[in-house]
Ligand binder design. Structure first.
Ligand SMILES: Nc1ncnc2c1ncn2[C@@H]1O[C@H](COP(=O)(O)OP(=O)(O)OP(=O)(O)O)[C@@H](O)[C@H]1O
Ligand SMILES: [Mg+2]
Length: 499
């Protein structure tokens, strides 16, 4: 492999009260695929933002093609061929695909009129679309595209700028299995063309699949790098969290009890001619698997009263209940932890403590004032329990790393006393160590008698954590699996509709 064209050395970044990066070094050679891994808050995104010119380091040297600098601007980064595919994509819904790729660089005609030459733009797009095997047209409106397709548009934009290094921050966290496979192929294709890739992920199987090297950050420091030959999930976990992990599955303390939540022939708006029936028992974790779009989230939203049911019934401990609003659901002791943390009601400007007490604020009121002492005490307790990494519970949620924000969402609902807990992708964006803590917590809640329904697209998670799995396909249950029948193959067969 040719020598590195990019070298970071001694990079430091300090935020008030936090050293996000502490003397980190990294070099990138052409055609190299580097996985950047580490626990939530380890500094991964910060390091990539330094490379993308978005964050100015407090110290250190960035050497590009032999020239040394102390920081990069976004323009420097682009000029150096560094492209950043953001975790929150940076695209415009009201433009088409080509318009997004060539934004600000559109070909024009008509002299001083400067009319945009769409034909030319679409012609430029052809090779890009082919290179990535995209299944959409250059004039497709962005609003029509799936998240995975939008991501490809961002990558095309990078390639059209002659990127030599494409940085992706958790690119697969919201993709389906097939979309993830396609992205893995895109990465392999770019590598073959000599483009380098750095990608951040919490999914170790992806690292195994496509990385030449894994670089591990812990608490802002680089704690090690593993070459392709040294890569194994065990080795990565050990470097990431400094210890071995026990197996995911913890059996229930007692066999599951009677049905707590009965869904009887429920019909949602998305699949008006399909009905779903299932029972979640006391003390059980029922995994709800299926491809994205199979109707799992719609079902969860209907149970929680966000959407209404078109037909069927919901029973709690055998008694039919009406759940017209989330408030009604909460009064019955049913909670939903939604998949999208932005819509899950986090106040990004609020402190951790304020966010945690929010859903149950009434119980913190004393003479119409919030009992801050009790609020803080509970927040400290939850922070310990979930290992939320922050200097203090007064820190604003917006400045936490992605995974730590997710933990605040969980803490918020766990402070309540639920009968039924529904989790929609509970550990998306959460590191392996913290995942284990969340799984232990789910088991603890189940053992305390809560009925848990866990929607998850993470195969390892569904198989590793559930006591029983229900699989959905196109709005209906295609089958139930007991632990003795658990396998990736069986889940996938049912998910694609083979019963
Ligand atoms: N703008 C900011 N202001 C204050 N602190 C910040 C800011 N950005 C990041 N931090 C802190 O720097 C540390 C590193 O955060 P970073 O986002 O790089 O973590 P990460 O490794 O990407 O984590 P995750 O896996 O959760 O995305 C964290 O402690 C975070 O709270
Ligand atoms: Mg991050």
């Amino acid at each position: 492999m040719p020598g590195p064209f990019l070298e970071l050395s001694d990079i430091r970044k300090e935020y008030p009260g936090v050293v996000a990066l502490d003397h980190v070094g990294l070099s990138v050679s052409p055609g190299e695929v580097i996985a950047l891994i580490g626990e939530n808050g380890a500094g991964k995104s910060t390091l990539m933002r330094v490379l993308g010119g978005v964050v100015e380091p407090s110290g250190g040297v960035i050497k590009v093609d032999g020239t040394e600098r102390t920081s990069l601007t976004v323009a420097d980064a682009i000029k150096a061929g560094i492209a950043f595919v953001h975790q929150e994509l940076n695209l415009f819904d009201n433009l088409d695909v080509a318009g997004n790729v060539y934004i600000g660089r559109e070909p024009v005609y008509g002299g001083p009129l400067k009319l945009i030459d769409r034909k030319q733009m679409y012609a430029w797009m052809r090779p890009l679309l082919e290179r990535l095997g995209a299944d959409f047209e250059p004039d497709a409106s962005l609003a029509e595209l799936s998240l995975a397709q939008r991501q490809l548009v961002e990558i095309m934009k990078a390639l059209s700028l002659d990127a030599r290094l494409v940085i992706m921050d958790e690119p697969t966290s919201s993709l389906t299995l097939t979309e993830t496979d396609r992205l893995m192929r895109v990465i392999a294709g770019l590598k073959a063309e000599g483009v380098s890739i750095i990608f951040i992920t919490h999914r170790l199987n992806e690292v195994m699949q496509c990385a030449d090297r894994a670089v591990v950050l812990r608490d802002g420091r680089m704690v090690g790098a593993l070459s392709r030959a040294e890569l194994s999930p065990g080795a990565m976990i050990k470097l990431m969290i400094g210890r071995d992990l026990k197996s995911l599955y913890v059996p229930p303390a007692a066999p599951p009890g009677d049905g707590v939540l009965d869904i009887v022939e429920a019909v949602t708006d998305t699949y008006p001619d399909r009905a779903v029936s299932l029972t979640v028992r006391r003390g059980e974790i029922l995994g709800l698997a299926g491809l994205v779009g199979s109707g799992r989230t719609e079902l969860a939203r209907a149970i929680f009263g966000v959407d209404s049911l078109r037909g069927g019934a919901i029973k709690l401990n055998g008694v039919p209940i009406q759940v017209a609003t989330p408030r009604a659901a909460i009064e019955h002791g049913i909670y939903l932890v939604p998949e999208d943390r932005k819509s899950s009601g986090l106040l990004l400007d609020g402190s951790i403590a304020e966010n945690i007490s929010l859903p149950d604020l009434a119980s913190y009121l004393r003479f119409f004032l919030v009992d801050r002492a009790r609020e803080t005490k509970n927040a400290h307790h939850q922070r310990e329990r979930l290992k939320i990494r922050t200097p203090d519970v007064t820190t604003t949620v917006g400045s936490l790393s992605g995974g730590n924000q997710q933990k605040v969402v969980l803490a918020k609902w766990l402070s309540m006393r639920p009968k039924v807990l529904i989790f929609d992708e509970p550990t998306r964006g959460i590191d392996v160590g913290a995942k284990q803590e969340i799984y232990d917590m789910l088991r603890g809640l189940a053992d305390a008698g809560v009925a848990i329904l866990m929607i998850s697209s993470d195969m390892e998670e569904v198989i590793g954590v559930s006591d029983r799995i229900a699989v959905m396909h196109e709005g209906a249950i295609s089958g139930f699996l007991d632990r003795s029948q658990f396998s990736e193959h069986n889940v996938l067969e049912l998910a694609v509709g083979h019963t």
